[in-house]
Design a protein around this ligand. Sequence first.
Ligand code: OGA
Ligand code: NI
Length: 355
Amino acid sequence: MTSCLQSWPEPIVRVQSLSDSGIRVIPERYVKGPSDRPSSVESSDDVDVQIQIPVIDLQNLSEETLARISSACREWGFFQVVNHGVSHELMARTREVWREFFHLPLKMKQQYANSPSTYEGYGSRLGVEKGAKLDWSDYFFLHYLPTSLRDQNKWPILPSSCRELVGKYNEEMVKLCGKLMKILSLNLGLKEEYLQQAFGSEEVGACLRINFYPKCPQPDLTLGLSSHSDPGGMTLLLPDENVSGLQVRRAHNWITVKPVPNAFIVNIGDQIQVLSNAAYKSVEHRVIVNSAKERVSLAFFYNPRGDIPIKPAPELVTEDGPALDSSMTFNEYRSFIRTRGPCGKSQVESLKSPK
Ligand code: OGA
Ligand code: NI
C-alpha cells in the first residue's frame, strides 16, 4: 500500500463534537454540491410510503421464499430479513453498547483514533483526498475474519461488555452470511458451496463498521454517508430501531428504507455483482441525517479473502451476458475505494464488459 495512505491529509474533526458544540451552521466542508444534497432527486412522500425494499421471512425456506430472495437480489440488491435466527436481545444489546461507546468522553475514544492504512478504530472520514467534502458521521471499524487480522485489543475496552458482545454478535453474523451465501448460490443455479468457495472458504474476510450519525443542524445540506455501493461481498445492516436514514437508489428515486423491527437489511456488494456476472446488483445507497435524533447502525461486511482474483462464475457467462472484464483481488479493489472514499458505483461500473 502506498505511503500516502499512512495518515489523514487534514486534522480530524469529530462530527459528534461539532454537533455537541451547538453550531447552527455546518462548516463548509460538509456542505454538499447541489446535486448531492438529500433533496436533489426528491422521492415524493407517496413514493416512500408505497414502495419498500422486499421483506423476507427466513423461517420457512420454501420455493416461494427462494424465488422472492432471487428477485430481490436481481431487482433491488437490497432486502430485509426477519426470522433470521439471531437473538433479538443480542442485536439490541450490541447496538446499545455501541451507542454508549459513542457517548463516552472524547478522550477515551481518541485512544482508538484510526489511520487510513487499515481504517481500524475510531474514524471520521473515508478517503484521503485533500479538501474533499466530508460526511456527517463518525464510525468505529474493526476486523473479525480472518482470525489473523482479529485483534481484540483494538476493540473498545469500555463499555465493559463491548468486546464480548461484539464477539458473539459477529459469530452470529458469520452464520447468517453462510446461510445466505448458500441460498444465493442455489438461486444462481450454482452448487450450494460455490460462492463460499469463491470467497476463499475458511479464509473469508469479515469486518464490522459501527456508524454514528450525530444530530445535524442543517440536514438538507449534507449526507451522513455519501452515495456508494459496498465494495465487498454482502452486507448485513442492523439499523437504528427508531430513526430511519438509509436510502436506496431505485432508478431516479431515493427510497427511504423503513426498518422492520428486529430485521437485518441485507445488500449485495460489488464482489457478488462480479461473481454473478451482474445478475445480482450491488446497488447505490446513502444515508440522510436529521436535526432531531442521532442514529446508530452496525454494518457487517462479509468479504472474499483479499488475495484471490474475483471473476464471474463460468456457468453464468453466456453469449448474451459476456464476462465482465475483471479478475481483481479484493485487496486491490479495496485500496482504490479507500483512497477515494465513497463515490457512487464508479468503481464496479469501470469493469467493462469486453464486447
Ligand atoms: C455502510 C452503509 C448504511 C447505514 O456502512 O456501508 O451503507 O444505514 N450504512 O448506516
Ligand atoms: Ni454501504
